[in-house]
Design a protein around this ligand. Structure first.
Ligand code: SF4
Length: 52
């Protein structure tokens, strides 16, 4: 069941609803993107993402 509180366009994720642009998880984690040396890029990603 989709979570209407988490809008998402990442259709490649196994938790994406596919019929609507929402996530099916109850909650997600967001994390900083880091460079190879461990410094922050200044961007963030969904850490709950998993490729199908
Ligand atoms: S886990 Fe993250 S990337 Fe995957 S559908 Fe949910 S919000 Fe989108």
């Amino acid at each position: 069941m989709m979570n209407m509180s988490i809008h998402c366009d990442v259709t490649e994720c196994k938790y994406h609803d596919k019929t609507e642009k929402y996530c099916t998880l109850n909650a997600i984690s967001i994390q900083h993107e880091k460079n190879k040396d461990g410094t922050y890029k200044g961007e963030a990603d969904c850490a709950s993402y998993e490729r199908e």
